[in-house]
Design a protein around this ligand. Structure first.
Ligand SMILES: Nc1ncnc2c1ncn2[C@@H]1O[C@H](COP(=O)(O)OP(=O)(O)O)[C@@H](O)[C@H]1O
Ligand SMILES: [Mg+2]
Length: 444
């Protein structure tokens, strides 16, 4: 059982020893007479529970509010005169910051009972917090459902070998986090982890970004530069959205995987690089191989160790724990009165399909923490108001599909049925373009 400690703030004329010691023999009590003194004590020492006996002479509501806001991680019990409790600022204080209050003169027995309860409450909260923080001390992946337990075991196994890994999963499901965990669990952990999003670098730059270039390789190359592969030497290279890698670079990458050497652009010198490659994709690469968009030989090279990250909707049991984790993580951005999710919010969270996966969850929770003006986050704060009538959403879906089809048709027409160019015009990757075309049964 943890030692119970109380920080008691009381006016100098109150004999706190006489008031508390008899009824609270198992507590260690530190008494101070001002908020400033209390703040000093809290800088040096840790308390779960505080007792604020209001001193009308010395403490203004604004000061108390500032103080309690700063120390909102403790459970506070207040003692106020009946007269104080009639005025709005004090009532606000009680509602915002205190877990309970008594009217002066406080009854020692009842007060000790309240403080004991506050301590028990604080312990429960702390335990939950520890579970959230350290639930899996050696994994950054939060969750206990079967799918995550399996993923964690897979990460552990894969981390120990040197072969390439191919991670598949929907956007925002945790592919990059998984790659980081593999790196961190490998013997390369002390080396660099270098992520590259193949879909985000322009096709004209990606060659020199990946492989580097020699001085004079092209106009403006006044100095040579190491590429990202070289900079990952001794560590892990994470190739995100590998499906977007242009075909000619797929050949170069394959050569690198086979020979473990690279040539900078504008040079024939072979440079040895010791890099472990982890690739990720949100599309099933096998399908891209079937369509001839992705080299089969490269696919087999990369997919030696396949890992699948399950979508959030298949991890129902973990969604609430994840939401609470992010709530705690962004707690410093939130209003201190915000205590958590309402029951309605929890059911809305469980009902939602989470197409954007964990990333969507993070965004919604952060947004809700800013938007909420109550003590608990509501479905409205999360933007998860159910009950949009079905016909309406079907109509929306229909409208959307129709406008997608017409945009695709227009762009293809303008580009002379050239898919790459049409994709560029639409601002999507070629992979996305093909996905859209097949979704709408269209052929260039
Ligand atoms: N199981 C998890 N536990 C904690 N955070 C997660 C988990 N899965 C994903 N995240 C977080 O969600 C966000 C999106 O994850 P990320 O790995 O970038 O997804 P992806 O690469 O699949 O798009 C990141 O901020 C990541 O830290
Ligand atoms: Mg990603």
């Amino acid at each position: 059982m943890a030692h119970k400690r109380l920080l008691c703030i009381a006016p100098a004329h109150v004999d706190t020893d006489a008031l508390l010691c008899d009824t609270m023999p198992d507590w260690e009590i530190c008494s101070v007479t001002s908020l400033a003194e209390a703040a000093r004590e809290l800088r040096n020492s840790h308390y779960l529970v505080g007792l604020l006996m209001h001193d009308r002479e010395q403490q203004r509501p604004g000061d108390i509010d500032t103080f309690l806001r700063r120390h909102g991680n403790m459970q506070w019990v207040g003692v106020f005169s009946p007269r104080d409790l009639e005025s709005t600022p004090y009532r606000e204080l009680v509602v915002e910051h205190l877990c309970d209050y008594h009217t002066a003169p406080a009854d020692p027995v009842r007060l000790s009972y309240t403080l004991g309860h506050a301590h028990g409450w604080a312990m429960l909260k702390r335990r939950r917090q520890q579970l959230i923080d350290h639930g899996n001390a050696d994994s950054p992946l939060i969750g206990h459902c079967d799918a995550i337990v399996r993923l964690r075991a897979q990460i552990e196994r894969v981390a120990k070998v040197a072969a390439p890994v191919l991670i598949w999963g929907e956007s925002g499901s945790g592919k990059e986090l998984t790659a980081q965990a593999i790196h961190a669990g490998s013997e390369r952990a002390a080396g660099p982890f270098v992520p590259i999003n193949c879909g985000a670098i322009s096709p004209t730059l990606i060659q020199s970004e990946l492989f580097g270039y020699e001085r004079g390789a092209f106009t403006g190359a006044t100095r040579g530069k190491a590429g990202l592969i070289e900079s990952a030497d001794g560590g892990t290279l994470f190739l995100d959205e590998i499906g977007d890698l242009p075909k000619d670079l797929q050949a170069n990458l394959l050569r690198f995987l086979q020979e473990k050497t690279i040539c900078r652009v504008g040079s024939t010198r072979q440079i040895r690089v010791d890099v472990r490659v982890i690739a990720a994709s949100h599309v099933q690469l096998q399908q891209a191989v079937d369509k001839g968009e992705f080299r089969e030989d490269l696919y087999y090279r990369l997919a030696v160790l396949p890992v699948t990250v399950p979508p959030l909707r298949d991890r129902r049991e973990d969604i609430v724990a994840l939401a609470e984790h992010f709530f705690q993580l962004y707690a410093s951005e939130k209003a201190p009165r915000l205590k958590g999710f309402s029951d309605r919010a929890i059911s809305a969270i469980l009902d939602h399909g989470w197409p954007g996966n964990v990333r969507e969850l993070i965004n919604r929770v952060r947004r809700a923490m800013v938007m909420s003006d109550g003590r608990l986050i509501t479905p409205e704060d999360l933007g998860l108001t159910r009950g949009i009538p079905a016909p309406m959403s079907a109509a929306l879906e229909d409208t959307r599909a129709r406008s997608e089809r017409s945009a695709l048709r227009d762009c293809l027409e303008r580009s002379g049925q050239n898919v790459s160019r049409a994709a560029r015009d639409l601002g999507v990757s070629r992979t996305t373009m093909y996905r859209l075309l097949s979704k709408h049964n269209m052929r260039p």
